[in-house]
Design a protein around this ligand. Structure first.
Ligand code: ADP
Ligand code: ZN
Length: 530
């Protein structure tokens, strides 16, 4: 086999110190580096800022030949290549931003064995010509490894899906002797398995780092007068500090940035509809100057490595827990205290639900989008620890954190134990084959056509929940799903089914609390500023 024994090469620690200038590995880095350097496949889950790059850059220098790094973002590629070159590593990239003679020179260096690392966009890697070159290098034992960065782009259900990533499975068939390492910061347990399966990494060793960001304080407030709430939050907690404010629409980004400016906050706007030069100028001011607040759509942030972002604020609901985690993860990368703040209201949920309903996607795509939204809504509505909820979503268990709004100021709740039990029996009595909407109709005693058709006006749960309104029932069902007592079967029209976690509640051994709806505060201001 064309492999160089790792023992013959400089040690990983030596490279860490002498090439990268760090004194110690972080977390799982060393184990990953040794595993890949020895020729093993790896699937790495590490939060943003955790230090994924070294996990393939160091093995690239330990093994013979060139490491090929697949990366979907041109800007990220360029940053990494220039940083590597500054450190004296022979790195280059091939992507669509290059002139023909430039890429020809890179290809010559590749063939000539003069590159330690080659970064490529996935569509470029999959061209016949580059694959043929790699075939020849492979025969000569001169491909060190393949690294697939942002591996969640292979997931069809994620929001970063890139069709070309699906074809990367060809690497395992075509270059069986070359170790492969896939890395991502975004993956719940299902997505993780999807990545492993689609990239043919079923046997790869998994390295899952904790996703906890203990220095970030999570806070979610009920939207009342969002601009005033945001301004108070910035003035009271983060005067003169750098932060990011996320909004859903470009127009809202511009209006919010302008308004913050009028209030004396140094705010800049950023979204994909702005001229490239202005965007770049705003980004570089944000990175270089102190205390700038960037008001942006989610177009801003990927690959931004600014350690002292003290807060991330959301004026609109993110699309999913993954999105929320990734966006808020840009705060406090230096490890010092930071805040993730969000203002949300029930109308946001309604709006996003409508956007999904009206979107173009196939049914199956819509169900998953709805499930993602429901999980996020579970997070905003939970009365328990936010961090615990977030981490549970990524498959991690933990104690209540003491550093989120719910831990610091437990919300007022109402005892929904009895209602939750009725909801569960409502699901059971109708045969565990209907979605929340129909079960709620049955509980509330609504004589809809569907209720009549299925003779659900004759089941014992018909009308036993008439005293609670539709909205309260919806919140309750969402929480039952979010906390895992009910499962949603996406292959059967979002039918609800009972899980094992429902048993203690049904047996009377557990309680169920819900957040008390905030009283409507109708200040004059909140009605006029719209
Ligand atoms: P990710 O890709 O996981 O978001 P990066 O690889 O960009 O993270 O690393 C994030 C930051 O941490 C970078 O500035 C990097 O130089 C730094 N870093 C990574 N590993 C170490 C280490 N072992 N010691 C000190 N700094 C590190
Ligand atoms: Zn907490």
């Amino acid at each position: 086999l064309p492999m160089t024994p790792a023992a013959a090469s400089p040690s990983s620690l030596h490279i860490l110190e002498h090439v990268f200038g760090y004194t110690a590995f972080r977390g799982e880095q060393e184990a990953i580096v040794e595993h890949v350097a020895a020729g093993g496949d790896a699937l790495v889950l590490m939060p943003t800022g955790g230090g994924k790059s070294l996990c393939f850059q160091i093995p690239a220098l330990m093994r013979a030949g060139t490491a090929v790094v697949v990366s979907p973002l041109i800007a990220l590629m360029q940053d990494q290549v220039s940083a590597l070159r500054e450190a004296g590593v022979a790195a280059a990239y091939l992507n669509s931003s290059q002139a023909a003679d430039e890429s020809a020179a890179v290809e010559r260096d590749l063939v000539g064995g003069r590159l330690d690392l080659l970064y490529v966009a996935p569509e470029r890697l999959l061209t016949g010509r580059l694959l043929a070159t790699l075939d020849r290098l492979h025969e000569a034992g001169r491909i060190a490894l393949f690294a697939i960065d942002e591996a969640h782009c292979v997931s069809q259900w994620g929001h970063d899906f890139r069709p070309e990533y699906l074809q990367l499975s060809v690497l395992s068939e075509r270059f069986p002797a070359v170790p492969r390492i896939a890395l991502t910061a975004t993956a719940d347990p299902e997505t993780r398995e999807e990545i492993a399966q689609r990239l043919a990494l079923g046997d790869a060793r998994r390295f899952v780092s904790s996703f906890d960001r203990p220095n970030i304080r999570y806070r979610m407030v009920d939207k009342d007068n969002p601009r005033a709430q945001l301004l108070a939050f910035i003035r009271d907690d983060h005067a003169g500090e750098a932060g990011i404010v996320y909004c859903l629409s470009r127009r809202k980004v511009e209006e919010t940035a302008a308004w913050l400016g009028e209030q004396g906050i140094r705010a800049l706007a950023y979204h994909a509809g702005m001229a490239q030069e202005i965007r770049a100028a705003h980004q570089s001011r944000f990175l270089r100057e102190d205390g700038i607040v960037m008001v942006a759509t989610i177009a801003f942030g990927m690959g931004i490595d600014k350690p002292d972002v003290r807060f991330v604020a959301h004026l609109d609901l993110p699309r999913s827990i993954e999105g929320y985690y990734q966006e808020t993860g840009r705060a406090g990368r230096d490890g010092l205290a930071a805040q993730a703040w969000m203002a949300w209201g029930a109308q946001d949920i309604v709006q996003q639900r409508r956007m999904i309903d009206e979107s173009e996607g196939a049914d199956d795509f819509k169900w998953r989008a709805r499930a993602r939204l429901d999980a996020l809504v579970g997070l905003v509505e939970t009365t328990g620890c936010r961090r615990q909820f977030l981490l549970a979503h990524f498959g991690e268990e933990g104690e209540a954190c003491g550093n989120c709004d719910n831990c610091l100021e437990p919300p007022r709740t109402w005892d929904a134990t009895d209602a939750a039990r009725r909801a569960l029996s409502g699901v059971f009595r109708t045969g565990q084959r209907f979605g929340a909407g129909h079960v709620i109709d049955v509980l509330r005693g609504e004589l809809t056509d569907k209720v009549r058709d299925w003779k659900h006006d004759q089941v014992s749960t018909f009308g036993i929940g008439a005293e609670l309104d539709d909205k309260t029932w919806r919140t309750l069902f969402r929480q039952l799903v979010a906390r895992g007592l009910l499962a949603v079967d996406h292959d059967r029209h979002s039918a609800l089914t009972l899980t094992d976690l429902a048993r203690p509640l049904l047996r009377g051994e557990a309680e169920f609390a819900l957040r008390l709806a905030p009283e409507k505060r109708r200040s004059k201001r909140s009605r006029s500023t719209r």
